[in-house]
Write a protein that binds this ligand. Structure first.
Ligand code: GAP
Length: 603
């Protein structure tokens, strides 16, 4: 069985995730996280919140998931948030054309290509419909908008959309959020929540779904003044796959520290480089395998409509750890985009609020400003009701392009129409002014994480097999910080005395704040296997020796090695907490307590 199929099977059997609504035939692209998966996902979110909100000193918000149409007109999603759709002429099934091309050829990132080129590739590789086998050559490829539309309110109501990214909920609230930040850049706002995309062909279980969770950070900065605290991550090593290396048939990874990546200009933005470093450390902390991880720069045609530069964090999920960038099955788990002032400028232009920050100078400055002060007694009779708009356009042009007023006439655009007036009427001049500060439209740096794909990566990277006493075992080597359960407690056999001790231990460990599973069904080997498969780092067994000897002791078993030690119950909670905390290890127990021998052979 391939790793992907084995993971899907394990996920369903052990309650990590499974297709939703199966009683009603199911709908592709929707998944339910079962008890183990929901706990794992919650722990990933908590670890993300700790690192990207709390430790960075950022603020977290929770915005609605449905937003009105004008938001997405402004953000560009209504026009530009499309994927390439090809419909089979035979069976009518819809497919993502760029994915079909990638599956059938060596072409990577086909979404960065223009549609006519993808149509040619469909023909060249004689790509057939995956559903019915009919040829797709000659079928036209359409742009398909991924947003789910809805109506807000009864009747014809107001057109709305389910948000395709959590980010917009932060951008539209910027006028209020800057007040909470006391109008001081830089500041960061985070949000963890659901996003919705009507994916043409959802695939790979929770990797591409129609409803998923994002954890996003919008870092607002003054591009001229604000630098990130780069020294904190300067020495973090990054495996980078820049665009030029992807375009070179012999392209390779570039291994560089964060400081080197900035100095050598591999990563253009210091803020993006800073967050690549923070993310690299965080992925390490939660258990992503560094040998199956890279940062890949977007190719020019691949970037989203808002991004000036973007790097994706990618994980390999088929089990291949290779120095060859073209080997393995890579999925995007996060994006790090330099969005510039795109979002706030767009909302400023479409919305009715102030999306700038007023930055006070240390001391007032005398500056020269180009101004137009149009003569309304001339504009009024000439332009009637449009005179005000013409005057506004002249004032804006004076600020933007003073040289436009050098001739005898000046032309501005009003409602899409060119309007020409005498320069004298515009009353153009250069004024000296004393100013206390200036309005700055912040630039945005955005680390955007897919929580579901992170969960999938942790399962894929933790997934392992070995032989225990000649029997094959599957286990998930999840880091204690994200494992759904910290400790499992078992009475060895069904026996009232053993069960009583086990019950007390469960109560003590829960009181100490650990998440504890209590399992007394089936033989002990099977119970260990069950916990190994859901990634529980430690198992505690109450056996006959526990109740027959003083002090009461139990065995503690390590999931990955299956090594066991015997520990007095009085010391249990403190010792387990020590192993589970960051930097803790089962080695401490092996060094401090008597070992109980077991037979383990790794395959
Ligand atoms: N605000 C930026 C943004 O939304 P994105 O690259 O489109 O950027 C960010 O999405 C992350 O969300 C991706 O890196 C991926 O992990 C996750 N993601 C995107 N589409 C997804 C889908 N259909 N199913 C699951 N996760 C998805």
């Amino acid at each position: 069985m391939s790793d992907a199929r084995a993971i899907t099977e394990l996920a369903k059997r052990r309650g990590f995730f499974f297709g939703s609504n199966e009683a009603y035939g199911g709908v592709a692209g929707f998944y339910t996280f079962g008890p183990e998966g929901a706990a794992l996902k919650r722990n990933v979110e908590a670890a993300w919140r700790d690192r990207f909100t709390v430790r960075e000193g950022n603020d977290e918000i929770e915005a609605p998931t449905i937003m009105p149409e004008p938001v997405f007109e402004a953000s560009g999603h209504l026009d530009g948030f499309d994927d390439m759709l090809v419909e089979c002429g035979e069976c009518g099934e819809s497919h993502r054309a760029d994915h079909l091309v990638e599956d059938a050829s060596d072409v990577e990132e086909a979404e960065s290509l223009p549609i006519p080129e993808v149509e040619e590739l469909v023909a060249e590789y004689e790509i057939a419909c995956p559903s019915c086998g009919a040829a797709l050559a000659g079928r036209s490829i359409e742009e398909f908008n991924l947003m789910f539309a809805t109506t807000i309110g009864p009747g014809s109501g107001q057109q709305g959309y389910l948000r395709p990214e959590t980010a917009q909920g932060i951008f539209v609230e910027f006028p209020r959020l800057k007040e909470y930040a006391r109008n001081k850049l830089p500041f960061g706002v985070t949000q963890i929540g659901r996003a919705y995309r009507n994916e043409i062909s959802p695939r790979k279980g929770i990797v591409r779904t129609r409803e998923f969770t994002q954890a996003e950070l919008e870092q607002f900065v003054d591009p001229d003044d604000d630098d990130p605290p780069l020294d904190r991550v300067a020495d973090v090593s990054l495996r980078l796959y820049p665009a030029d290396q992807q375009e070179d048939p012999d392209g390779e990874y570039v291994e560089a520290t964060v400081a080197e990546a900035v100095e050598e200009g591999i990563v253009a933005s210091e803020w993006v480089a800073y967050y690549l470093g923070v993310a690299r450390e965080w992925y390490d902390r939660i258990g992503v395998d560094g040998d199956r991880f890279r940062f890949r720069q977007h190719l020019p045609g691949e970037r989203a409509h808002y991004a000036a530069d973007c790097w994706d964090a990618e994980s390999e999920v088929s089990g291949v750890a290779s120095a060859d960038p073209t080997a393995g099955d890579w999925i995007e788990i996060a994006g790090f985009a330099y969005r510039g002032d795109y979002d706030l400028s767009k909302h400023a232009a479409h919305g009715d609020d102030d999306f700038t920050v007023f930055e006070q100078y240390d001391e007032p400055r005398t500056v020269e400003r180009a101004v137009a002060d149009p003569d309304m007694s001339v504009l009024g009779p000439e332009f009637g009701g449009r005179a005000g708009d013409v005057a506004d356009a002249l004032r804006a042009l004076a600020e933007r392009d003073p040289s436009a007023f050098e001739g005898e006439t000046v032309t501005v655009e009003v409602d899409g129409e060119a309007v020409t007036v005498d320069t004298d009427v515009a009353n153009f001049r250069i004024e000296e002014r004393t100013e206390a500060g200036e309005h700055v439209t912040p630039h945005v740096v955005e680390p955007s994480f897919g929580v579901d794909r992170t969960v999938y990566t942790l399962i894929a990277h933790g997934y392992g097999h070995d032989l225990i006493d000649g029997e094959e075992r599957t286990y998930l080597s999840l880091s204690p910080e994200v494992a759904p359960t910290d400790v499992a407690v078992f009475p060895l056999v069904s026996d009232a005395a053993l069960e009583e001790v086990a019950d007390d231990i469960v109560a003590d460990l829960r009181a100490a704040g650990l998440s504890v599973a209590h399992d007394d069904s089936g033989n002990i080997g099977r119970r260990y296997r069950r916990q190994d498969e859901v990634g529980t780092p430690l198992s505690v067994t109450v056996d006959h020796e526990s109740v027959e000897e003083t002090p009461t002791t139990v065995t503690v078993r390590d999931r990955d090695t299956t090594a066991q030690v015997r520990v007095p119950v009085d010391e249990l909670a403190a010792e387990l907490e020590g192993v589970l905390e960051s930097g803790g290890s089962f080695e401490t127990l092996l060094a401090g307590y008597d070992r109980v021998e077991t037979d383990v052979t790794r395959s």
